[in-house]
Design a protein around this ligand. Sequence first.
Ligand code: NAD
Length: 478
Amino acid sequence: MPDFLNKLYIGGEWRDGDNGKVFDVLNPADETVLTTVADGTVEDAMACLDAAESAFPSWAARSPRERGEVLRRAFDIYMERIEDIARLITLENGKAGADAIGEAKYAGEFFRWYAEEAVRSVGYLGMAPSSGARLMVQQKPAGIAVLVTPWNYPAAMGTRKIGPALAAGCTVVVKPASETPLTMLALVPILEEAGVPPGVINILPSRSSGAVVGAMLADRRVRVVSFTGSTEVGRKLLHAAADNVVKPAMELGGNAPFIVCHDADVEAAAEGLMVAKMRNLGEACTAANRIYVHENLEEPFVDAFTAKMAKLKMGDGLKTGTDVGALVNAETRDKIDHFVRDAVQKGAKVKLGGIRPNGPGFFYPPTVLAEVPDNAECLRDEIFGPVAAIQTFSDENEIIERANDTEYGLVAYVYTGDMSRGLRISEQLEFGMIGLNRGLVSDPAAPFGGVKQSGLGREGGKEGLLEFQETQYISAEW
Ligand code: NAD
């Protein structure tokens, strides 16, 4: 493990924390300590803001093309090192090699996409209808952005924010999840080599998330807070952002329905669910959480899906042939175990898995539950693991209502052989994203995000850039 991976990165320098304290980062596959990392303090957070403040004027003044070219170089260098990044993701997060390389590629694409989008930020010129004054409208960098990321995608949840922020001309402070800070720190040499000047990006691992993020949001220099994580923490940050009217972008929790209509291709739907449920071993806000199969297809669908799940091999994510790696920590594993026990105790039938292995390592096997009763806790809360909870339905209108019966609204999936049915259902679903005959919606070129308690704003696409920009209008007498 390179030395710099245990430090803070502030103003272009690697530093120990202000109070000299460190915290452990574990390997979830065997529970050993991978390394210790400096534990950032409020004083360190203020040093990050000082650095971001002094770097801001010159970075914001660079031409969009120059900023785009820095990001494009970052993409090229990143792609040369992608295997190392993926390995680090597996080491600190536990996910299997294929999931890690999948994440690493997705993460890198945000440098390329926003290298291209940096130069497509256009304004417009118009004439005021009554006064005849000229209206000049342009986008400007919003200022210093605080980026707070979760552990489930240690690289992608960072680059999905860093790419657009740097493209827009913002300077940033990143607070990575304390379970997985190493991948974010490992991006630094890539960004430095690509030409990102000191202070434009600062990285602050910390176990005192509430204190350091709270202190930054209380500082008037911060203009944007972009957060990915749980709805619970998102709400706290929205409260904190309100005091200084900081622009929020919130990517929060989900509870995705996966609907298989009576006319769906069973094999395609089962394959789609493998992706929607098992990508990242279910540790995804986009993971299918409530699976609704038309009653006529229940048996063939459950059989086809269970057969695919049974082929997956669980083990250390670094070993070749592993499909399902370790969960990030004991808490996540225990919560999943609780959901399964609760559902079974209430009447669900275990088709596969359902037994928590002994350690070491935070493992839980691919599990299929059929006939899950409505009062099972796993239908209300995010499972965040490799457990598929299946129910049936008989009527299209009924299923739309059941699918919408959640406080969340991130993503929903629909499988049908009839595109007009698919679009009809999709339009009635109260979700920010719909996978129609697809088990995967994430794409750097598309606006990722949810409605209701799943968040505010969008990441990716052209929309992602707007989160880091402010619109300025000049009224001019010609
Ligand atoms: P979390 O909310 O516990 O933590 C996310 C980040 O916030 C971490 O960096 C954490 O250290 C920090 N944090 C925790 N408490 C804080 C506080 N009081 N003030 C400031 N920062 C604080 O989430 P997690 O467990 O890391 O991630 C899982 C959650 O993230 C799930 O709910 C999942 O659905 C969600 N998620 C959403 C998306 C999306 O795009 N919508 C993507 C990935 C994950």
